[in-house]
Every structure is written in C-alpha cells, then in structure tokens.
Write a protein that binds this ligand. Structure first.
Ligand code: PLP
Length: 384
C-alpha cells in the first residue's frame, strides 16, 4: 500500500493547500504597487507574530543567512561575544562568529538540557566586554526550549545585545520579542510559517541598531542598513534586490491562516501535540531525550536498546509514509525526533505514534500494540 506522505520533521514542514496554491499564481514584478502592498502587509503581519514593534527585515535566504546577518551587522573584528548553546544550532552561532574572526566565549550545556540563565548572568558579570549574547529559543537538534524571558531580563541592563535564533520556535511556541527584551530575533520560512524554505526574517531593536552602527565587518547582501532603507524610505515597503516574490505571496496567505486560527491557539495546539507525543512515547517504554522544558515543536526520543535506529527511521518513512528526523551531531543514531510543527494536527500525532509502534514491533521490540496510540489520544481528547 502507498501511504499518504507526511513530513513530520522540524523543518521543512507540510504546507497547507491554500499556501501551496499561491506559488502557482503568475509572477508579478517586484517594483510594482501590487507587490509592494503585499510586502507591506506581510511585514505588518510578521511583526504581530513576532510580538514586536522593532524593525523587521526579510532576506531571501535559509534561516542561517538570517543568523549570519546578525553576526556581520553587529560585530567587529576583535570583539568578544557569548554563545549560549544547547545543541547543534546553538553551536552554529559559534561557527559563524569564528568564521568572521570574532572571539567567542562558548557556553554549551549538556545536550537535552536548556540554557541556565544564571550561568549567562555570571559570565556577563565576569566579562563586561561581551558585546553580544547569541542564543536559541528552541534547540531543534535536541528538542529543548530555553527561558528567553529570564535571559532577556538578565541581558537588558548590560551593554550586551541579545540575539535569539527563533527559527524553529516562532509560530509554534511563545516568543514575545519586545516583552522579553530580545534585541534581534531571527525566524525562517519552512518551520512554523508553513511555507517552502527560502526566507529569513530578522527583527532589530534600537539597542541593536546602536551596536550595528559601529560594526566593522565588511558586508553587502546582508547589510541591514541597505535593507532597512528600502523597507522604510517610502510608504510601501521595498527591497534592495529581487525578493522571493512567490514566497512572499505564500507568506501572506500563511499569515492569513495564522490570524484566522489565532497565535495563542496555535501555541496551545503545538503544546498539546507535544504533550501527546511525549505521553505516547513513555507509554511505549521509550525514554525522552529532552529534560526540563521539552519543546512544543519537536519531541526527541532515545532509540531503545536492541533497535536499529536507521532501520526504524527508514521503515517509518519508506513503508508508512511518515518522514521523521534522526539525531544530529553527537546524538546521530542515538535519538529520533518527531516534528509536530506548523501545518500539523492531532491526527498527525496519532498517525506518527501508530507508525512508530508498528515499526518498533516489527523489529521485535516488546510493546503492546495500541498502547502508544491510546496514551496519545488520552491527552489529545481529554484536554479539549
Ligand atoms: C532549522 C534551524 C536552523 C537553520 O535553518 P536553515 O534554514 O536550515 O538555515 C537554525 N536554527 C534552528 C533552531 C533551526 O531549527
């Protein structure tokens, strides 16, 4: 049997039909009032999702492009920055900074845990020269969330600028940019925003602009100043170079869906799917990888003893049609991850749990078929 395909990775994610349809529309020229009106509306809608009044820029790029833009616009050679990492994506901040000759104080917690705000406080106090604190809202590689609100309260009174990678968290779990005093927040297209990959969004506070004015790293395509000038010079937004016209049109439709459902309802849907997935995995006797604040967008689970993780992943994808994610970096092969992010609902969780059960059973893992599904449904339907 050919099963229906479900993309349950923490990016890219499945795309709603009405968003897909936008990509089939005839292309329009970007220097027209029609396109610029759409872009203006998209920027306003994105600011509502980011919960911000800060400036918001959009670059045609992978999320990592948005991260790189933060490094090149905020830093200068010889600066010291603090990277507070919980996993693979937190480590990317250090890698980008190093590529530009920035000296990084790298603070990495044990994978599966979230950042310890107290440690960030201690390090900022010990090194008042730190210009920027780079961190991650939702560490997709381990499935953990960090307490950005508390980190924001710690960084705000210091001279350092707080930069948050919210690429997988935005639109899935609460991120209140202005309330939480996050100076620069980055999101991507292919996660909670439910559109194909290729856009990076960046918000910039006045504190971040002050630092950006002093930045001495050479930049051109990713210059915030150039992008901001185009965005704000006239009543309708504009971009310095050709924007991803179709992706922006898809984003407009996606934002319409987000407003229709309501951002708070969307956060609650993700939280419910995550609780359900965790409960199901535990009912099957599996061990969860993330401890403390497990994420709302992705559930990470240890591959149990005696089970071949690669085979498990392949069976679920190639036989049962559901693409999950494996482990990255140092937990490759040791964990698998269920993405429940963006265009995902309760039945996707039930389907994923059922497929995981079957694939485990086929490898001889001892379980009671249906126990995971029962636990998943108990959470999904008793909470409504
Ligand atoms: C997906 C992801 C990225 C990278 O996004 P790309 O679009 O692949 O560059 C960075 N950080 C986090 C937390 C992510 O989930």
């Amino acid at each position: 049997m050919n099963f229906k395909k479900r993309l349950m990775t923490p990016g890219p994610t499945d795309i709603p039909p009405s968003v897909l349809a936008e990509a089939c529309k005839p292309i329009i020229h970007h220097r027209t009032p029609q396109f610029r009106a759409i872009l203006t509306e998209v920027v306003a809608g994105l600011k509502r999702v980011f919960r911000t009044n800060h400036d918001l820029l959009i670059f045609p790029a992978a999320g990592t492009g948005g991260m790189e833009s933060a490094v090149v616009n905020l830093c200068s050679p010889g600066d010291t920055v603090l990277t507070a990492s919980c996993g693979n994506f937190g480590n990317r901040w250090t890698a980008i900074a190093k590529a530009y000759g920035i000296s990084t104080e790298h603070y990495e917690v044990e994978w599966g845990q979230g950042n310890d705000p107290k440690e960030i406080e201690k390090r900022l106090a010990a090194n008042p020269g730190i210009k920027v604190v780079f961190t991650t809202l939702l560490e997709t590689s381990t499935g953990i969330e960090s307490d950005i609100r508390t980190i924001g309260d710690i960084v705000a009174p210091t001279p350092a600028v707080l930069v948050v990678d919210a690429i997988s968290g935005m639109g899935a779990t609460p991120m209140k940019t202005d309330d939480w005093k996050a100076d620069v927040v980055i999101a991507g297209a292919q996660k909670g925003f439910m559109i194909p990959p290729g856009l990076a969004m960046v918000t910039i506070s006045s504190k971040a602009w002050e630092l950006a004015k002093k930045s001495k790293i050479p930049k051109y395509y990713f210059s915030w100043e150039k992008a901001h000038k185009s965005m704000t010079a006239e009543a309708l937004a504009n971009t310095p170079y050709t924007p991803s016209v179709s992706l922006i049109m898809q984003m407009a439709e996606s934002l319409r869906l987000i407003e229709e459902e309501g951002l708070e309802n969307i956060w609650e849907r993700h939280a419910r799917m995550a609780r359900s997935a965790r409960s199901a995995m535990e009912a099957l006797g599996l061990k969860l990888f993330a401890t403390g604040r497990p994420s709302n967008a992705v559930t990470s689970v240890y591959v149990p003893e005696g089970v071949d993780g690669t085979k498990l992943f392949k069976t679920i994808r190639d036989t049962y049609g559901i693409t999950l994610a494996g482990g990255q970096g140092k937990v490759k092969g040791r964990i698998f991850r269920i993405g429940h992010l963006g265009y995902a609902d309760d039945w996707d969780i039930v389907a994923a749990v059922a497929a995981i059960e079957r694939a485990l059973y086929e490898q001889g893992y001892t379980l009671e078929l249906g126990a995971g599904v029962a636990a998943a449904e108990k959470v999904l339907f008793s909470e409504k």
